[in-house]
Design a protein around this ligand. Structure first.
Ligand code: GDP
Length: 176
């Protein structure tokens, strides 16, 4: 056991309304809101978790998904050690957008950045599997090809939200 705190700068990227802010709200406050105000520009939040007896402090930049803010994204991912690229499993367009973000990060971000591909809103499928527009296998395949972690999440129920952050934390070398 050691008492050093490792800070991980993490950025969320993805199309508007896929649930980026909701994932952060679930992770930081264990809360969810059906009527979230859109993020303007970017929001900054922190959360600490214990990973293998170490305290890891996530410093989270939640960027706005709107196209008009896209040019600001490099400011946030340039210094980040980790990224969540989020899409909505019920919105094929958001998966296409996720592919663009992966490409951009591979070209522009730190080479050793830990990236997780996240398919959000899987709770919607519990009532109606027809709502699924991006197969789990498609997400898994893309993540494997690109060397990313992969999770399907629900910010609404909390499914896999903390698990995603912990998996990232486990990949980042800890200060001792
Ligand atoms: P952002 O623009 O990517 O940050 O998306 P938001 O977090 O603002 O979420 C957009 C909308 O989707 C809001 O109405 C949320 O309540 C809703 N939402 C977010 N995550 C989930 C989820 O996991 N399941 C469901 N059913 N709705 C979600």
């Amino acid at each position: 056991m050691n008492s050093a705190v490792t800070s991980i700068k993490l950025v969320l990227l993805g199309e508007a309304a896929v649930g980026k802010s909701s994932i952060v709200l679930r992770f930081v406050s264990n809360d969810f809101s059906e009527n979230k105000e859109p993020t303007i520009g970017a929001a900054f939040l922190t959360q600490r978790v214990n990973i293998n007896d170490n305290t890891v402090k996530f410093e989270i930049w939640d960027t706005a998904g709107q196209e008009r803010f896209a040019s600001l994204a490099p400011m946030y991912y340039r210094n980040a050690q980790a990224a969540l690229i989020v899409y909505d499993v019920t919105k094929p367009q958001s998966f296409i957008k996720a592919r663009h973000w992966i490409k951009e990060l591979h070209e522009q971000a730190n080479k050793d950045m830990i990236i997780a591909l996240v398919g959000n809103k899987v709770d919607v499928l519990e009532n109606n599997e027809d709502e699924r527009k991006v197969a789990r296998e498609e997400g898994e395949k893309l993540a494997e090809e690109e060397g990313l972690l992969f999770f399907e999440t629900s910010a609404k129920t909390g499914l896999n939200v903390t698990e995603t952050f912990v998996a990232i934390g486990e990949k980042i070398p800890l200060k001792t």
